[in-house]
Write a protein that binds this ligand. Structure first.
Ligand code: FES
Length: 84
């Protein structure tokens, strides 16, 4: 794995230090983050932790992608569905 990358659904995603997972995914052209636990498609929306629309699973824990800083080596998947 390269420095300043994390894994999203098996793909290496680059990020800038201090960037959130949601920002890095969006910059990589990934605009939807897969289904949450109820099957609803998630995406970057409010960017401040208010809407719960950006839930993803990071190393097995469900978090808001807009509030979670990207770190090298993180494994990020959809919060629910087949990847949860
Ligand atoms: S985009 Fe609204 S909580 Fe993350």
């Amino acid at each position: 794995m390269s420095a300043n990358t994390f894994i999203w659904q098996g793909r290496e995603i680059p990020f800038v230090a201090g960037e959130s997972i949601a920002a890095a995914l969006t910059a990589a052209g990934i605009l939807t983050f897969g289904p949450d636990m109820s099957g609803r498609e998630t995406r970057y929306f409010c960017g401040i932790g208010a809407c719960q629309n950006c839930l993803v699973r990071v190393d097995g824990r469900v978090v808001e992608a807009c509030l979670t800083a990207a770190h090298t080596g993180l494994v990020v998947t959809a919060a629910g569905g087949a990847h949860g």
